[in-house]
Design a protein around this ligand. Structure first.
Ligand code: ATP
Ligand code: K
Ligand code: MG
Length: 673
């Protein structure tokens, strides 16, 4: 999140590192758990070597040193995880301050009563006015207000939230700046957006992602293989009359198993979630963040996602021989009960421009707008049927219209649509009588960012319920690769299913209830924070900035996470293999003259070789903490170029570094033993 202080408390993280030594916690990380076991074994050996002496038990001072170094290795792994978590904890504390108990003006049967925010339940209604802190998450059922959401988003510009629109949700802890709204509570105590966010940043219920689980299993398998390698070295050494102490065997084992990635794995995952949060993305799972790194197609809803979303009526166009007054009257009557911003703006335009107000006769029947029918309207008591909606539906409805009227209106509809406006046709008793022009504003700065997504190999597709001409205009202006028009909610979902059948990974960004099925179906569903409750619940991420191009950051964070994990794994395993060739010749060189040729390093003694390797093995973990937290940089240079580049740096580097590092440490260590 922006503007949030993010101070990392190092001493606190160090304390956490000790708490994490608990074996029931350690067992989740098999590699480091084995190191902990090794430490315990060495502790026992150290104590025993104090009273009884032989070659296998080794000497007390040396054993104690190895024990302490192994303990340090475990501790440093835990510290890496703790320091990654500490950043989230600082943010959680800031958020907690936002979640205080506030008075709520509960509304029951039209009467107001002040209660505590903690007692609000799902479905309760409450009132908020200027300067009130909104006591709970909810949907506005009446009115419109400007709201300061900076406590959550860090963004100081106020946002407009309005009943009946796709921008009708409010978050507990944010502040109303103007006007009066009635809100219906959408979550029970303890389950609010803030509660979920706090749990998320604290990593309280962080689940390992499928990728992480797979890697953990692989690393455990490696550990087992190296256990066998180490154990079989003992009879081999006996046969050759080389004395190998228990300390040497345990140390060799710890040096060979992938402790570097084992110690940093969870820190890498936590840091990825943390980067998402810094980009103002609330990711409900780490899996979604990782998947985002591999996305092929991005679907975007038009209204409210690519455009600002409060479409306003700006003109009435009447059919020939239909008086303007009749069109305006029918438009207003057909919009009186329409709670959408489109409907309200029609009534508004009639009042402002034509100075016309009308009231619906009693016992009229209202037909609500739905994305499915794409029209709305009213049936008057005298039998008059008024409908307004998308041109293709109204055209079908208007069976009694003359061809010339239909031709005229179709021409007007085309003109509006070609400029990116949304035409709403109006029909009375199956006669089309005119068109209302709706206009919307495209969110700024979109085009370049879609171009970058294209460069990353992501195809962008706009899906909309609007007509093909409007869709085409907005699609070109926004710079998306393709568009789908006249899409009903299930069309959006089916498009995603089809792409998925072809093996593609699909992301969807949307804000409306009509986007919810698609958001749930997509591999990565991102809801606009401004969107409806249904959209936010169906999605696996929420973008606090309601920015449709935010997927760019999400993809980069996902790729970064995958690449960082890949790089450190490569490095860790290359390191371990190199250590084998650095230490084993040193252990046997004295007894097998043939091996001396392999002893490239010429380490000062077998004991010093072992010690130096263990020290190197422990220190490499903190050395890589900054990389694990910051992540490898992602460059859009293509997958194979990236792979060969990283293999070169982390694979080759991982092989070479231990030779240099261990030799340098050996030079120092040999001064002491
Ligand atoms: N209040 C309304 N009354 C009648 N018709 C409407 C109303 N609002 C929209 N329409 C018509 O229905 C069509 C579909 O609307 P819908 O909101 O499902 O899709 P959309 O406008 O493309 O938005 P999105 O891109 O968010 O899906 C609109 O293009 C418009 O022609
Ligand atoms: K190791
Ligand atoms: Mg929308």
């Amino acid at each position: 999140m922006k503007n949030k202080n993010n101070q990392v408390n190092t001493s606190q993280a160090f304390k956490e590192a000790f708490i994490k030594l608990n074996p029931s916690y350690m067992i989740k990380n098999p590699v480091m758990f084995t190191v902990e076991l090794g430490t315990l074994i060495m502790l026992v050996v150290t104590v025993v070597s104090l009273v009884s002496q032989n070659d296998f038990l080794g000497n007390f001072g040396y054993n104690l040193t190895i024990t302490l170094l192994l303990f340090l290795t475990v501790l440093l792994g835990n510290f890496a995880e703790a320091i990654a978590e500490a950043r989230g904890k600082a943010q959680a504390d800031t958020l907690r301050k936002t979640r205080q108990d506030t008075p709520a003006r509960l509304l029951t049967n039209g009467k107001e009563e002040v209660v505590s925010s903690a007692s609000l339940k799902k479905g309760d209604l409450f009132v908020c006015e200027a300067n009130d802190i909104i006591p709970a998450d909810g949907e506005i059922v009446e009115g419109l207000a400007s709201i300061d959401e900076s406590a959550i988003t860090g963004e100081s510009a106020p946002v407009i939230r309005e009943a009946g629109s796709d921008q009708n949700t409010v978050i507990g802890g944010t502040r109303v700046l103007s006007d009066r709204i009635v809100i219906s509570v959408s979550s029970n105590p303890g389950e609010s957006f803030l509660d979920k966010m706090i749990a998320l940043v604290e990593g309280a219920n962080r689940q390992k992602t499928p990728n992480e689980i797979a890697l953990t299993i692989l690393l455990a398998a490696f550990t087992l293989v190296f256990l066998i390698v180490t154990v079989t070295l003992k009879p081999f050494a006996d046969f050759l009359n080389v004395s190998l102490s228990l300390a040497a065997l345990v140390s060799l084992f710890v040096c060979l198993i992938p402790t570097t990635i084992g110690g940093l794995l969870s820190a890498i995952g936590i840091a990825g979630m943390d980067r998402a949060l810094k980009a103002n993305i609330i990711a409900k799972s780490g899996k979604a963040v990782e998947t985002a790194g591999d996305i092929d197609v991005l679907l975007l809803d038009k209204t409210g996602t690519i455009t600002i979303g409060n479409r306003k009526a700006t003109a009435f166009i009447n059919a020939p021989e239909v008086p303007m007054e009749d069109l305006v009257k029918a438009s207003v009557l057909g919009s009186l009960a329409d709670t959408t911003p489109e409907g309200k703006s029609v009534v508004e335009l009639a009042r402002k421009k034509e100075n016309a107000t009308y009231e619906a006769p009693r016992s009229s029947r209202f037909i609500d707008f739905s994305a499915e029918t794409r029209m709305s309207g009213i049936d008057l008591p005298d039998g008059t049927r008024i409908r307004k909606g998308a041109w293709d539906t109204i055209k079908k409805w208007s069976v009694k219209s003359s061809t010339s009227d239909l031709d005229f209106l179709e021409n007007e509809v085309t003109k509006i649509a070609e400029k990116g406006g949304t035409p709403l046709a109006v029909s009375v008793n199956e006669h089309a009588i005119g068109v209302i022009q709706l206009e919307d504003i495209i969110k700024p700065g979109i085009q370049q960012r879609f171009a970058r997504l294209r460069k990353m190999g992501v195809k962008t597709v706009m899906v909309t319920g609007d007509n093909p001409l409007t869709a085409k205009f907005i699609a070109e202006l926004a710079g998306v690769d393709d568009f789908i028009a006249e899409a009903k909610p299930e069309d959006k979902m089916n498009y995603i299913k089809n792409e998925q059948k072809e093996g593609k990974l699909v992301a969807m960004m949307g804000d409306g209830t009509n986007d919810a099925p698609a958001l749930a179906q997509a591999d990565v569903g991102v809801a606009m924070n401004s969107g409806t409750q249904a959209a936010k619940e169906a999605a696996n991420m929420v973008d606090l900035d309601s920015d449709p191009t935010k997927l760019l950051e999400v993809v980069e964070i996902g790729k970064q996470l995958l690449i960082t994990r890949g790089n450190i794994t490569t490095f860790s395993i290359a390191n371990d293999v190199a250590k084998y060739f650095a230490i084993v010749p040193a252990l046997f060189a004295a007894s097998i003259p043939g091996l001396a040729a392999l002893d490239l390093m010429g380490l000062s003694s077998p004991e010093s070789a072992i010690l130096s390797a263990v020290i190197f093995n422990a220190l490499i973990i903190p050395a890589l903490i900054p990389l694990a937290l910051k992540g490898s940089k992602y460059r859009p240079i293509g997958a194979s170029a990236l792979l060969s580049r990283n293999l070169l740096i982390y694979g080759l580097g991982g092989v070479i570094l231990p030779f240099i590092g261990i030799k340098a440490i050996d030079l120092v260590v040999s001064l002491f033993i």
